[in-house]
Design a protein around this ligand. Structure first.
Ligand SMILES: [Zn+2]
Ligand SMILES: [Zn+2]
Length: 101
């Protein structure tokens, strides 16, 4: 997946972090979502370094580094169990061949 870009400035947005927010207190932020979901929602937050715009995304679309897990398919090493990207021919940790190749 491509890096997020600010819609206004076109510069790369910086990953701020993941935040669990209470939907009840943030109705102004998420519009109609509180009507659809209840409880806490995990979000991934990005900011534009140029204009300061904040963008919120559903937390399950990004991992802790702000990468989108859905962007690149991942596979689990059958030998050591580490999760790595599908396009690696072998496990980056133990070198076992990627069985999907
Ligand atoms: Zn911007
Ligand atoms: Zn391995």
């Amino acid at each position: 997946m491509e890096k997020l870009k600010c819609l206004r400035c076109g510069v790369e947005m910086e990953f701020v972090g993941r935040e669990k927010i209470q939907l009840g207190q943030t109705g102004w932020l998420l519009g109609d979502l509180p009507n659809l979901l209840s409880g806490a929602l995990e979000t991934a937050i990005f900011t534009c370094p140029k204009c300061g715009k904040l963008e919120f995304f559903r937390g399950d679309f990004f991992d802790d580094e702000g990468e989108a897990p859905g962007g690149i398919a991942q596979t689990r090493c059958s030998s050591c169990g580490v999760l790595y990207e599908m396009d690696y021919p072998k496990c980056p940790r133990c070198g076992t061949k990627n069985e999907n190749w």
